[in-house]
Design a protein around this ligand. Structure first.
Ligand code: ASP
Length: 318
């Protein structure tokens, strides 16, 4: 038996981003994830919650953690799961993205988990298919399940999110992880500091209530949590900083920098991490790093999201 989650404030069919969600909806997902995380600790890691449902992973961009995590989460809920890779599909023969999705839906898909390089692609699809859509990352726009697993990791480590100061470090401009973190953290009452080179930190975020800063050594001692974002080389049209070496000199998390931070600073990174660029191996593998907890919590969050968008706002009958 898993203990029933508190009735979540959730009646949505899709999860497209955290910008649209209320604080109550976000807390509802996190609480549901807490009750599912117990399943992952069992020797038999499976519940029948989505038995008979069909989940398709449609990935039009590379992924290691997110795709595997969604597949495993759906399997833990006893759904049938099918992976779809754009590179080996009929898209290479000219089929449109929407036609591909409609064909997949015609095979009985109940939930489509979609990653796409174009911002808004999951939103577009939600207007053309009847299945539930989960955004697994759309360009530089949002990556809501990453934002949620970051929130869950922080809440578990710190007991709360309200009142914490969280620094998002690095390539804010190209990062969907940053956007989902910003929406989620602000709604849950954290202070958010965006810190990186001026070319990578758009000023518009100040209007949302974030602080924008450019000197990590000034920002770090004020933070309870830092999230070291990956430099999104693949999304940059032109060189926005001189070199990776120079970037890590000013913005890399090193042991030396951590020695000047709060002793209970929590270090997050969405992965894939570039050791020696965003953070040193010492920091990535050190006692303040929650990087692997984030991966574990990702399973619970994705189980919760799959469960909720499938109309299972009631207590799981397991
Ligand atoms: N895996 C995350 C994403 O898909 C972070 C990254 O790639 O830097 O956005």
């Amino acid at each position: 038996m898993i203990s029933p989650p508190p009735a979540p404030a959730w009646n949505r069919k899709h999860l497209l981003g955290l910008e649209d969600l209320s604080r109550e909806e976000i807390v509802g997902i996190l609480d549901t994830a807490e009750s599912f995380s117990e399943v992952s600790r069992r020797s038999r890691k499976k519940v029948p919650a989505l038995q008979g449902r069909v989940v398709f992973n449609l990935f039009f961009e590379n992924s290691t953690r997110t795709r595997t995590s969604f597949s495993l989460s759906a399997k833990r809920l006893s759904a049938d799961v099918q992976d779809f890779s754009a590179s080996v599909s009929s898209l290479t023969k000219g089929e449109t993205f929407i036609d591909t999705a409609k064909n997949i839906e015609a095979m009985g898909a109940d939930v489509l988990v979609i990653r796409h390089p174009t911002p808004g692609a999951p939103h577009l699809l939600s207007n053309h298919v009847g299945a539930s859509i989960i955004n697994a990352g759309d360009g530089a726009h949002e990556h809501p399940t990453q934002g949620l697993l970051d929130l869950l990791t922080i809440r578990r480590a710190k007991g709360t999110i309200e009142g914490l100061t969280v620094g998002l470090i690095g390539d804010i401009g190209h990062s969907r992880v940053a956007r989902s973190n910003i929406w989620g953290l602000l709604k849950l009452g954290a202070k958010v500091i965006l810190c990186g080179p001026p070319t990578l930190v758009p000023r518009g975020f100040e209007r949302l209530g974030c602080e924008v800063a450019h000197h990590l050594d000034e920002v770090l001692p004020r933070c309870d949590v830092v999230n070291a974002l990956r430099i999104q080389i693949e999304r940059q049209q032109r060189g926005l900083f001189p070199s990776l070496g120079e970037y890590s000199h000013f913005y890399g998390l090193t042991q030396d920098r951590l020695n000047k931070a709060r002793p209970d600073l929590l270090v997050l990174a969405p992965g894939p991490i570039n050791r020696g660029v965003e953070l040193t191996p010492e920091v990535a593998d050190g006692p303040r790093s929650a990087i692997l907890d984030q991966v574990t919590n990702g399973l619970a969050v994705r189980m919760a999201v799959l469960y909720l968008v499938s109309g299972k706002g009631d207590a799981p009958s397991t």
